[in-house]
Design a protein around this ligand. Sequence first.
Ligand code: ADP
Ligand code: 5GP
Length: 220
Amino acid sequence: MASPAHPDHFRRRGILFVVSSPSGAGKSTISRKLLENDDGLTMSVSATTRSPRPGEVDGKDYHFVDLSRFKDMVANHDFLEWAHVFGNRYGTPRAAVEEALAAGRDVLFDIDWQGAQQLYQRAGGDVVRVFIFPPSMTELERRLRHRATDSEEVIQGRMSRATAEISHWDGYDYVLVNDDVERCYADVATILAAERLKRSRQTGLIGFVRKLITEGSGEG
Ligand code: ADP
Ligand code: 5GP
C-alpha cells in the first residue's frame, strides 16, 4: 500500500507494526509511549466481546461489542484478522487500518500471536512483528498484581496463558526483554525507524535514482 503523505524522503509503503507480549509484560505501556512520540503512527483499535475494565473507553481502548455484533462483523468480512483470546473474541477492523495506510500513516497493533500470524499471511512484507518478554515469570505476576485491574482468577488465567503466548516467540521478527521500560521503548522506536528506511518500502526510489543518473550524465 503506497503512502503518499509520509514525511520521508521518498514515497514508501505503510508498515503494519505488531507488538505482542504475554499480558502484563508491558506492551500497552510501550505502545502508549510510541504513539505519544510519533506523529506518523496510528493505533488500530480492536473490537472485542470482553467487558470493559475500569477506566477503559469504548472506541479508544476497544470497540466493545456483543457476540452477535462480532459475528456479523466476521460474516461481513469487516476484520483483517480475528481470534479467540481468554474465552473472548478479538478482531482488527479492516476499514480503519486501510484508511490510515492510505493517508500515509503506519499502524500499530496490540494483538496476540494468532493475529500477528494472520496479518503476516495477508500483508507479508508490510508487517513487522515485535515480541516483548518479561524479565521473569515472577516479575510478570508482580506487574499483573501491581496493575490492579484484574481479579485473582483473571490474573491466574493470564499467568497460565503467558507460557503459551511465549512459546510463539519464533513467529516474530524481533524479540526484546522489557526490563527497563525506557530502554525497551527506545529499542522498539529504533526498530520502527530502521524498518521505515528499508529499501524495499521506498516506492519512490526508482524515479529518484533515474533522475540522479540523468542529471549525472548531463542530460537533465
Ligand atoms: P500489557 O499491555 O502487556 O498487558 P502493561 O503495559 O499494562 O502490560 O503493563 C503491566 C504493568 O506493568 C503496568 O502496571 C505497567 O505500568 C507495568 N510495567 C510495564 N513495563 C514495566 C517495566 N519495565 N518495569 C516495571 N513495571 C512495568
Ligand atoms: P486484553 O483483554 O488484556 O486487553 O487483551 C488480551 C489479549 O488479546 C492481548 O494479548 C492482546 O494483544 C490480544 N488482542 C487484543 N486485540 C486483539 C485483536 O484484535 N486480535 C487479536 N488476535 N488479538 C488481540
